[in-house]
Design a binder for this molecule. Sequence first.
Ligand SMILES: [Fe+2]
Ligand SMILES: [Fe+2]
Length: 305
Amino acid sequence: MTAGEASIRFGQHPPARRTIVHLSDTHLLDGNVPLGGRYDTEANLLRTLDAVERLGVRPDAIVFTGDLTDLGEPDAYRRLRAAVEPVAARLGAPLVWVAGNHDERTALRRDLLDLEPTEEPVTGVWDLGGLRLIALDSSVPGWHHGDVDAGQREWLRGVLATPAPLGTLVALHHPPLPSHLPLFDILELREQDLLAEVLAGTDVRGVLAGHLHYSTSGTFAGIPVSVAAATCYTMNLQRPAAEVNGMDAGQSFHLVHVYDHTITHSVVPVVEAPTGDYFSAEWVERMAALSPEERLEAFSRKPSR
Ligand SMILES: [Fe+2]
Ligand SMILES: [Fe+2]
């Protein structure tokens, strides 16, 4: 733990109870061939993982919300775990893998999770020190649109019947949100009203998703939904909606802080840029040595006019 984290409090909010790193859409390929002839998905993932390690935090979980591979190839899943598992081990964080429309359940199960290679939905429940994380599988074998099938909905209803001490986060690939891009309407999560009926009134405090390759947020059944962009390529939203395409820029991930009464999702850009050096652990220590009034004088007071 570094200065400025949970041990130090300058404001009115107690520190976050849990911290989660939320990444999405790695889209790795066999032999690391360039995705679409353009994108080095493995190099972009490694750059992102370097950025995760530079945070200096020990997250309670690292969550990947789907499209882990582009074509569901066994070698792509092996490359993914070779890149990510050492990072998770160094950070002491459990890994949560969510299936996306570009994944194949059999290979994902066999080559990433060491499970029997069946077509069963890839779901799971994690207890992150009282915070419950539930992974759903919104992939539909053979299709790119999404659906949480009736079997999963009933299973979810049963899990949610018992609340968790710090509440629940649900992770799935296809976000239960509209997109302003027409292409994503075709590939949307179907039967959203049936999922809303299962989630409404439960202890679910947030939904984590991916699929869009741009960061966005909204609400679903009154629950905040946060969509992480992609590690591989992102959508260039600086265009009219019908003309939005991918670009090899703007990659990011989310740093999720779970507080007692709210959850924040901070977009962390994966970029090399000249950065100032005014703030530091030493600066935080100097502030911590002051009284609250002295801190306001030292850092909040504007120069007299
Ligand atoms: Fe994707
Ligand atoms: Fe997707």
